[in-house]
Ligand binder design. Structure first.
Ligand code: BGC
Length: 426
């Protein structure tokens, strides 16, 4: 046992609807996967059939000792056509929430995790002036039905990822999961076909991952605020926030200015959106180092994860400190993980990172929980099923779940912590 937290520190894991449920045929991502010339390695298909198997999956999480489960609602299931809400989808998610309570797991819900209804693309997607009303109405409908079962909600997941994708990953040759922005997108044919599958043309087609210009970022901020307001009106007790992907941005001599600018575009430009939230969702995977010429490649002897970026468990503590120095609301680590076939590396990553989280708590930083990405090996967007982020493996031919040692380690930390004295009561 490496580290123990207070009993009220939430420890668990995370999934996203599109990556685990399967058959989200009304989603823009389904169109992207099935587009002519699509760069997606696999089709999501049945995914890991979590839509059907959620009860046994949540029971398994509980049996391991995990105490929290963050998952997302699929907007395109709940509202398959504009203004038409699916009773059966809402009841499905009620079932998931109630199952969490049955197994004494705290649910944390994301209303949006990258995928949007195809119909939204016909209206101009995430650049449409209708977006704030459409999205907040969807939140309102859900909260009227299920709000009393949702203690924590993220309106959206990783609002800054599109900016990061555009600024960083393209520079190092990493193929981003979806389009970046209208002008710079490098596969117009592919996008044309995806737009067609959504029933529109590229003029209207604007997915969440394209929100990286000033106008769409402002619209996104407005959408979050409006959704928060409606959620709070219905459920004042639900804690509302959103999450951001935050690399540990570092510099070597000569790169200080560039690193400062990067941090501002990844984080600084979004801080006004956090004002009025109840908590902040921090998500971290690695670091980015900048020198006078821009981003520096990891050293020759650096260990890389399957995703191609550096294995660097020190990052989480660094980012926590940076974020806490400017925020006055509690932080929840809503994602943190590593893609590897070697589960011992995952165990090392978890242990080392949690020791650093504990050090941050000891310094007085207000961190309320740690949610590992991901509960299961799942559909990693354009990389398909090749990336192994899971605490639990899945044989997709039989849908059999295979618990890895890392799941037992995190479950044990969660279990022992839950029974500890609340030496850090908040
Ligand atoms: C996303 C997940 C993704 C994970 C690993 C995060 O950016 O929220 O959907 O699977 O990183 O790449």
């Amino acid at each position: 046992m490496s580290v123990i937290f207070s009993s009220d520190f939430l420890i668990g894991s995370t999934t996203a609807a599109y990556q685990v449920e399967g058959n989200n045929i009304n989603s823009d991502f389904w169109a992207e996967e099935h587009a002519e010339g699509s760069p997606y390695k696999d089709k999501s298909g049945d995914a890991i059939d979590h839509y059907r198997l959620y009860e046994q999956d949540i029971a398994l999480m509980a049996s391991l000792g995990l105490k929290a489960y963050r998952f997302s609602f699929e907007w395109s299931r709940i509202e398959p056509e504009p203004g038409q809400y699916s009773r059966s989808a809402i009841e499905h998610y009620r079932g998931m929430l109630e199952t969490c309570y049955k197994y004494k797991i705290t649910p944390i819900v994301a209303m949006h995790h990258f995928s949007s209804p195809k119909w939204l693309m016909r209206m101009g997607g995430w650049a449409s002036p209708e977006l704030p009303e459409r999205f907040s109405k969807y939140c309102e409908v859900v909260f009227k039905e299920l709000g009393d079962l949702i203690p924590y909600v993220l309106t959206m997941n990783e609002v800054n990822l599109p900016v990061m994708l555009r600024e960083t990953f393209t520079a190092i040759g990493f193929v981003p999961p979806v389009g970046i922005d209208r002008e710079s997108w490098v596969a117009p044919k592919w996008r044309e076909s995806a737009a067609k599958l959504c029933g529109t043309t590229t003029e209207n087609y604007f997915t969440f991952h394209m929100v990286s210009d000033e106008a769409s970022i402002q619209l996104l901020k407005e959408t979050h605020r409006k959704a928060r307001e409606r959620i709070k009106r219905i459920q004042p007790n639900t804690k509302v926030g959103f999450s951001m992907a935050l690399s540990d941005v570092q510099s070597i001599p000569g790169g200080e200015e560039i690193a400062k600018k990067k941090w501002n575009s990844y984080f600084g430009q979004f801080t006004d959106m956090i004002e009025g939230d109840d908590f902040f969702g921090l998500q971290n995977y690695t670091r980015e180092v900048y020198g006078p010429e821009g981003q520096v490649k990891p050293p020759e002897d650096a260990e890389l994860t399957q995703m191609g970026y550096e294995f660097y468990p020190e990052a989480l503590g660094h980012v926590l400190r940076k974020v806490a120095s400017v925020l006055s609301i509690p932080i929840m680590i809503t994602e943190h993980g590593v893609a590897t076939d070697d589960d011992e590396k995952r165990v090392e990553f978890i242990r080392k990172s949690l020791e650093r989280v504990k050090a941050c708590l000891d310094e007085g930083i207000d961190v309320r929980g740690y949610l590992h990405w991901s509960t299961f090996d799942n559909f990693e967007w354009n990389s398909g099923y090749s990336m192994k982020f899971g605490l639990i493996g899945v044989d997709r031919t039989t849908q059999e779940r295979k618990v890895k040692e890392s799941a037992r380690v995190l479950g044990e930390i969660a279990n022992v912590s839950a029974r500890s004295d609340s030496f850090n009561k908040l």
